[in-house]
Design a protein. Structure first.
Length: 172
């Protein structure tokens, strides 16, 4: 027998934080992580026990919360112009890396590189080598406004879109 819409939408559980929540990321079936730019923190939630497992506070602002899982152990958190690598096994900051002079708006990540776009239309491509990030290339003012999304295609192209109403396709 099919459930009606009211039954489906009335069947929920709530997790309540101590601050406004801007972004969430499902680490695995038991752990959810949320971010709050208001108290500059990320919170790990235990979904089995329905409670906070660990909360990490940051020094720099997390206005641009973006989560991205690297592998089974590490999670990227983007906050303004820093990249935080979070160890999700031990619930702590593993590494903090300065990325751009301006607030990061979006990222694209693959196995060995990260491309970041900022609010001023700048683009930086980082390569991962021996647990370090090195700049592969940097392009300034490729858009007149914030870069809102980045795609790295398999045929050596980077596709960007922006609030300047343009989609650009870059060959590299």
């Amino acid at each position: 027998m099919e459930k009606n819409n009211n039954e489906i939408y009335n069947n929920f559980k709530s997790l309540e934080g101590t601050c406004d929540i801007k972004d969430i990321f499902n680490v695995n079936e038991n752990i959810l992580v949320s971010a709050s730019p208001f108290d500059e923190s990320i919170t790990f939630w235990d979904l089995e026990k329905m409670k906070v497992k660990r909360k990490i506070f940051f020094i720099k602002s997390l206005n641009s919360n973006i989560f991205c899982k690297i592998n089974k152990q590490f999670l990227l958190v983007i906050g303004n112009n820093y990249l935080y690598i979070i160890d999700i096994w031990f619930y702590k900051i593993f590494k903090k890396i300065y990325i751009l002079n301006n607030v990061i708006e979006c990222i694209s990540i693959t196995e060995n590189n990260l491309i970041a776009g900022d609010i001023n239309g700048n683009l930086v491509n980082y390569i991962f080598e021996n647990e370090e990030m090195k700049i592969k290339f940097e392009k300034n003012n490729i858009h007149q406004k914030a870069i809102t999304y980045i795609i790295k295609s398999k045929n050596n192209q980077i596709i960007t879109c922006s609030f300047d109403k343009l989609i650009k396709i870059w060959q590299y």
